[in-house]
Structures are given as structure tokens and as C-alpha cells.
Design a protein around this ligand. Structure first.
Ligand code: ARG
Length: 459
């Protein structure tokens, strides 16, 4: 049990209190950021004449050595320390002696942890963005190959009108592209340095905050020292963006689970991305998709945790805020794993084109087009609507698609049908006629794909 404080205490901390209060178990994850921040702080202190050049060098060497030795497994993280900040400072003093005690000049653990969390979160935003980009690349390559893979589009999970696989994937491309945009927005907003805020009221030392911010690649410094140590908005924004990513992944997973079922058979998951049953030898289960769908709950949970944890805290720092870490770290890890796994699953998945097309045909998605055909032959629309309605009923009884009927059967219902009906109501014709911006017709889709390619090359 070792602490950075104790001067004003007459009794040792109760062991239970120490354990309850300590955060090293989970904040040791911030070791790299803590040392990065401390090196920048010491460099600035020397530039301002608060440390001598030799003191700075000893501190910087000591800190770099600690980072390296922990990485190489030579320096175990001392479980007796309260948090990562205490661990680093104690290790530094042990290495370089008295000079190590000068590092914390003009700094508090409150602005230190605010800095560490920002540095860490900033990196995780970029990693998440990179993973989303890889997912978009996979989606785009599926789209490019499936501009004329016709499938039913659904509303109310009932077949509605035919679309293409490319168009369906395009909807998710839009979702994940927005998700990336949200990450960029919050990155821009959060990329300011809180160091120099001290415990809450700044410091009397002539710190150069801009200089530290520059060393750590921030765009600037925070403008209110109380807010600097009390703000976790950027984490909540990130968790909110992560929740939306999970919501999109989860919806997509739900569809893949349906599509992979015996009833649909639109897709087949690769063996490497499926799991078996301990009792039923025939089973090949979509566990990965189900787990991604399931893990959405814990990411939403992290967002709710943080919103609730922050809502009653008076300014400025309060220890409640230490609770920001475990749930956030868990959510960040979970989402990265989910995007990685999901991308692999989609990359290796096989699409059953025939099943999709057959399903689209059996859904009467071309009924409106059949009515329009009769209108073209001079039948008033209201009459055409009734005729096609009867035609659909006939097909339902027979268990076939409109396209399966012979010309004689068609003529039996309406004399205006000619041989050209088959072409007019083919899936291809139904889809290709839909050419407004954002519609599934090939020409419209190709224009969008061109934009997507450019977007992925540039961003
Ligand atoms: N472990 C603390 C946290 O995560 C670090 C800041 C401690 N500051 C303090 N005054 N107790 O929030």
C-alpha cells in the first residue's frame, strides 16, 4: 500500500479503503499515455526554467526506461500503488532519486488523468475509424460484384419490391460512413490539451500550456481549468458514436442470421466463421453474428453508465469520475473486436444468387410493374390493379410467380397480355427502371459507387 499523499494523516489507510479506492488494476492501461504526458510536461518545465536541463534529462531518461522495462517485462507493475500515476512517479524516484520528486511541479493528478484519458481515447477513435474503413472496403467490393444480384427488398419483413444485393449493402455503407463522420467530429472537438489546469484552478508556475499541447499534437489548449478536469463529454460522445456503430452492426447481423437460416438460404457463412452444436451434428450456427448483436447491450450500457455517473457531480473533479474507465475500456475493446469479426465474416460469406432471385420472384414485387404494363396496353390503371390482384391470387393458389404463368394462362385472365409481358416484369426490368439518385437501378448505383470509391481513396 503506497500513496503519493499521507503528510496530514495520523493513521494508515484501512486496507479495504485502499483497495476500493485504487484504480491501478484498470488504469495501468494508460501507462504509455501517462509517460508521454509526463515527458512533455518535464520538457516544458525545463524550457520555462522551472527544471534545469540536467534534471529534465534525468527525468525523461528515467520515464523512457520505465516504459521500456514494463514493455519488456523487466519491471512489474507494482500492485501496491494506488494508480498508474503513483506507480510511474514512485518508479521514477526509485530510479533517479530526488530529482524524480520534481516532476509533479505545477501539475495535479486531476489534470494528469484528464490528459491521459484524452490521449488514450484519441488513439482509440483513430483505430475504430481505421477498422470502419476496412469494413467499408469489404462492403464496396461486395457491391461492385452484385449490381445485378436481384433480391427482395422488405418492409415489415414482408417482401415489398425487388432491389439488388449491392443496393442493400449500400444502405449499410451509408450507416458506417456516417459513423466515421461522427468519429471525426468528436475527434476535432476533443483534441485540446487539459494539462496545466492543475487540481482545478490552474497554477502559479509560469507554465507554457500551448507548448505542451504542441508536443502532444493537440490543436490547442482547454480554456477553463475547472472544466478541463471536470469534463468527460468527449468520452460520452465517443460511447454514443460506438453505440450507433453497434446498432448498425447489430441490425446487419440480424439480417445475416435470417439470410443464413434454412428458410432463407440467401447466404452461407464460411466454416471458419461458424460454430457447431455439441449435440446436433448437422448444425452450423451463426454465433459470431449473434454475439455481435448481443454485445450491443454492453456498449449501450457503458454509455448509460457514464451519463448517469456524470449527471450529479458538482464542479470540478470528483472521485466518481474514476468510474469512467472500466466501462469505457470495455466498450472500446468490444466495438473493435466486433468490427473486426464482422468484417471477416462478411468477407468470407457466400451469396446464393439463385435463392435471392427466386425469393424476389415469389414475392410479387413486380405486381406494380405488371399493372403498369397493362396501362401501357390501354387498360385504365384502376382496372389493371384489379386484374393483377386476381392474377396474384391465382398464383398464390398455384404456388408460383407471375413470371411462371404461360401466356395462355395470362390471356385467360386478361386478353391484353402479349409475349412482351415476361420482359416487362422481369426482375431486371423492374430494378433497372428505378434510376433516381439513390435507387437500385444499375446506372444510379454506378454513380454512387464511383463516389464511394473516391471517398475511400481520400478519407
Ligand atoms: N485514479 C484517478 C481517476 O481515475 C486519478 C485522479 C485522482 N485524483 C485525485 N484527486 N484523487 O480519476
Amino acid at each position: 500500500m503506497a500513496q503519493l499523499w499521507g503528510g496530514r494523516f495520523t493513521k494508515a489507510t484501512d486496507q479495504m479503503v485502499f483497495d476500493f479506492n485504487a484504480s491501478l488494476r484498470f488504469d495501468s492501461r494508460l501507462l504509455t499515455q501517462d509517460i508521454q504526458g509526463s515527458i512533455a510536461h518535464a520538457t516544458m518545465l525545463a524550457k520555462q526554467g522551472i527544471l534545469t536541463e540536467e534534471e529534465k534529462c534525468a527525468i525523461v531518461d528515467g520515464l523512457s526506461g520505465i516504459l521500456k522495462d514494463v514493455g519488456d517485462g523487466k519491471l512489474p507493475i507494482d500492485k501496491g500503488q494506488e494508480d498508474v500515476h503513483s506507480f510511474v512517479e514512485a518508479a521514477l524516484i526509485q530510479r533517479i532519486g530526488e530529482t524524480g520528486k520534481k516532476l509533479h511541479t505545477g501539475r495535479s493528478r486531476n489534470d494528469q488523468v484528464a490528459l491521459d484519458m484524452r490521449l488514450y481515447t484519441r488513439e482509440r477513435v483513430l483505430v475504430t475509424d481505421g477498422l470502419l474503413k476496412e469494413l467499408l472496403e469489404v462492403l464496396l467490393s461486395v457491391m461492385e460484384k452484385n449490381l445485378d444480384t436481384y433480391m427482395p427488398g422488405f418492409t415489415h419483413l414482408q417482401k415489398a419490391q425487388p432491389v439488388t444485393l449491392a443496393h442493400h449493402f449500400g444502405a449499410y455503407f451509408e450507416c458506417f460512413r456516417r459513423d466515421r463522420g461522427r468519429l471525426w467530429d468528436l475527434y476535432r472537438r476533443m483534441n485540446v490539451c487539459p494539462l496545466g489546469a492543475g487540481a482545478l484552478a490552474g497554477t502559479t508556475y509560469p507554465l507554457d500550456r500551448e507548448y505542451v499541447a504542441n508536443l502532444l499534437s493537440f490543436d490547442g489548449v482547454t480554456q477553463n481549468s475547472m472544466d478541463s478536469v471536470a469534463d468527460r463529454d468527449y468520452l460520452i460522445e465517443f460511447l454514443s458514436a460506438l453505440s450507433l456503430i453497434m446498432m448498425h452492426l447489430s441490425r446487419f447481423c440480424e439480417e445475416i442470421i435470417l439470410w443464413n437460416s434454412n428458410e432463407y438460404q440467401f447466404v452461407e457463412l464460411d466454416d471458419a466463421f461458424s460454430t457447431g452444436s455439441s449435440i446436433m451434428p448437422q448444425k452450423k450456427n451463426p454465433d459470431i453474428a449473434e454475439l455481435v448483436r448481443g454485445k450491443t447491450g454492453r456498449v449501450y450500457g457503458a454509455l448509460m453508465s457514464l451519463l448517469t455517473m456524470m449527471k450529479g457531480i458538482p464542479l470540478a473533479y470528483n472521485k466518481d469520475m474514476q468510474e469512467d474507465k472500466e466501462v469505457s475500456f470495455d466498450a472500446m475493446d468490444t466495438v473493435c473486436d466486433c468490427i473486426r469479426l464482422f468484417t471477416g465474416m462478411v468477407r468470407t460469406m457466400k451469396f446464393n444468387r439463385e435463392r435471392m432471385e427466386r425469393s424476389a420472384l415469389m414475392g410479387f414485387g413486380n405486381a406494380t410493374d405488371a399493372a403498369d404494363y397493362l396501362v401501357g396496353k390501354g387498360v385504365p390503371f384502376r382496372d389493371a390493379h384489379g386484374i393483377i390482384g386476381r392474377l396474384v391470387l391465382y398464383c398464390v393458389k398455384k404456388g408460383c410467380a407471375i413470371d411462371d404463368l404461360s401466356l395462355d394462362e395470362l390471356k385467360g385472365i386478361c386478353g391484353r397480355f402479349e409475349e412482351d409481358i415476361y420482359e416487362a416484369i422481369s426482375l431486371k426490368a423492374c430494378v433497372e427502371r428505378r434510376l433516381t439518385v439513390g435507387a437500385p437501378g444499375r446506372k444510379a448505383m454506378e454513380e454512387v459507387l464511383e463516389k464511394y470509391r473516391k471517398y475511400l481513396n481520400e478519407e
